[in-house]
Design a protein around this ligand. Sequence first.
Ligand code: C2O
Ligand code: CU
Ligand code: CU
Length: 543
Amino acid sequence: MKTTINLQRRKLLKYTAMGIAGAITYPSWAQTGGFVRVNAPSADFLPDVEIELTMNTADVAILNGDKTRVWKITGKVITGPSEVLDNNEGTYLAPSLRFKKGQKVRLILNNNLPAQSILHWHGLHVPANMDGNPMYAINQGETYVYEFEILNRAGTYFYHAHTHSVTARQVYSGLAGLLIVTDDQEQALNLPSGNLDVPLVIQDRSFDGQNQLVYSAHMMQRMQGFLGDQILVNGRPDFVLPVATRAYRLRLVNGSNSRIYKLAWDDGTPITVIGIDGGLLAAPEQHPYVMLAPGERVEAWMDFSGRAVGTELSLRSLQFDVATHGGMGMMGGGMMGGRGHRGMMGGGMMGGGMMSVSTLPSGSDYPILKIRVAKKEQGDNILPKTLTPIPALHVKNAANAANPRTIALSMQHMSALLNGRSYKMNDIQPDEIIPVNSLQLIEFDNGFDGGMHGMMMNMPHPMHLHGEQFQIVKREVNSRSSDSYATVSSGFINGGWKDTVLVMPGEKVTILKPFNDFKGLFMYHCHNLEHEDMGMMRDFLIK
Ligand code: C2O
Ligand code: CU
Ligand code: CU
């Protein structure tokens, strides 16, 4: 695939050079608005929706005072109704895209950034060459044409940059947005819609005195993952959502680089979860709090009808243990481990001033957003007892039922590894080849069996797999980690379809994942974006 693109690119560079000289002989598909296409739209693909997305630098007002320089994607609908696109103007958020299952979609991505980039459709089941593998990154002045059918069920998906070794920085700069899919089954449920259906993208950022984004990627910061000083929701600080006395569908998306949230209502109301990464659950579930790691989504149903106008309510992230008790033996004296590390981090003790540490340490307690009941409104606020049927996958149907693929998660010698390996383009090992149309049993082992020796450190890793959604079979935690684990375990939603699963220190998570329809390279990686960029990412070759 790469070769084809490179060949085409070389050919096009020649065309471009000739263009400058005056003899313009582009193939008809090869140019739009000054951008050179590296791949061709297919003549027999008839899109229901066609959108042009252009990546640019832009200045947006995030804080009071100076505008912030960001990387902004702006879209234009070429075919289809205008509702498919909302540019989220005035924010760094990429456009929100709304599709329907079964639609054929063409997305024309123009890169006008001073850097290579490529977009990946997180959670969507699309062909390998439409999936935004880093090998397809395009240069400034180039266009990548995506064409695929929306095969996914209704759900809250998203998309973001997936550029080799700079994904974290690019997402941080703004290259991420929502992709919401609906289908008939979902619509028949009459869930809160329109203004009552609110996506909330949670991210953390740090700003300097001139309101510019600060991204530091010191080794220590990378080992832990970047943590910003301030929470932004939908690209805004101090986010307040005014609501009516109705039931709402809140689509919570963790678009942060590495921050993990333990979300809870501050008045003790349980969170009613109706959906996760891959769409609606079989039935609503109540949790005292919900864990949301980078890349994960959770849909909450919340009824404000009993509340007086003027009431306020906050969504907070509560305290939890980010690592196993008893020290990690990593970088001296349990840097990441044990109770009390929060104080240490807050005091800037990590590495003795080697790095600046977030004023919002991971696992501490802080507000995310505020809800203000702003007006009285009548409406039916009935939560359906059941949502959508979820066909269960069975271990006995896995091609490797007796022999699960184990992926060991490790951080050692200043690197983050999968089965001891670091990311390399086109470096498929025999155990990374998977037969197409097979169901696979996979286990992520985060120090469950092995334990910690020498320079090894166990951190939470949100493991994400490209391609089809999977189901969680079981979660197991070792005894050494069970106390810490108890601070997060009620916040896991283990039913339904997932594409990202948080694997805590000392934990082993077993999943069943179908690899249907498409051959080629599909990535699996940690969605702590600093870990991903450090190499905690690999490809599966489906063939
Ligand atoms: Cu959301 Cu490969 O990533
Ligand atoms: Cu993905
Ligand atoms: Cu990780």
